[in-house]
Design a protein around this ligand. Structure first.
Ligand code: ATP
Length: 219
């Protein structure tokens, strides 16, 4: 059955390192839809620079021309920390028990998975699809730091077809184009008054530059 795919993040701001892997994963999974879910109050990292609504507006612009990518604002309207487990439970209720749900994350995020709220329950509701990220070494040999040794071998799927055959419970490593782009590096460039054009779609770059976001000098 065609899965529903999800990519959570702060998207502060959205860049091609989010968009290109999202496009590739959606195609590889055969998912009709990949939802990008901006977090409101991330529980396990510094608070975002830009307000949630503005980050989501930039995401809207970024995905508008890309078939199958949509923005899901459910974490923005929920009070308190944006726990992924709550989001997966909500979406599981929405799609029913049978359809596969795939939560996509970069290798960096996967490495720190054990710090997430009730992390061991995530696979009760979804599969985890771990993408390659330049500079990080999440390979099938190295599961999340601190996980029991059998946690990954017990769940690892060898093929994408395995994900389509059941609703949740597996971990799959999906190679994607390695784009060495991060929102942290983009924020640093902008704060120094340097351009971030080419690291994000022009439809995102234009409001970032013209509104002087992240400390970029307004023209
Ligand atoms: P920051 O630098 O502020 O930590 P970020 O660029 O890592 O931000 P996030 O919004 O935290 O972006 O990332 C959301 C998701 O996208 C995470 O699962 C992350 O691993 C993944 N991701 C971000 N950038 C890349 C990239 N260049 N290649 C592959 N995956 C990425």
């Amino acid at each position: 059955m065609a899965p529903l795919a999800l990519l959570g993040g702060t998207f502060d701001p959205v860049h091609y390192g989010h968009l290109r892997p999202a496009i590739e994963v959606r195609e590889s999974l055969g998912a009709d839809e990949l939802r990008l879910i901006p977090g409101h109050v991330p529980p396990h990292r510094p608070q975002p620079r830009l307000a949630a609504a503005r980050r989501a507006d930039l995401l809207d612009r970024a995905v508008a021309p890309i078939p199958g990518l949509v923005v899901d604002r459910r974490e923005l309207v929920r009070a308190g920390p944006s726990y992924t487990l709550d989001t997966l439970r909500e979406l599981r209720r929405m799609i029913g028990d049978r359809r596969p749900l795939c939560f996509v994350m970069g290798g960096d995020a996967f490495g720190g998975l054990c710090s997430w709220y009730q992390w061991h329950k995530l696979t009760d509701y979804a599969h985890l699809v771990v993408t390659t990220r330049a500079g990080y070494t999440a390979t099938p040999a190295t599961g999340p730091r601190g996980a029991p040794p059998q946690w990954l071998p017990d769940r690892q799927a060898a093929t994408v077809q395995a994900l389509r055959a059941r609703p949740a419970g597996l971990v799959y490593f999906q190679p994607v184009s390695r784009l060495e782009i991060s929102a942290t590096a983009i924020r640093r460039l902008l704060a120094q008054g340097r351009s971030a054009q080419g690291l994000m779609p022009d439809c995102v770059w234009q409001p970032v530059a013209s509104q002087g976001l992240y400390g970029y000098p307004q023209v």
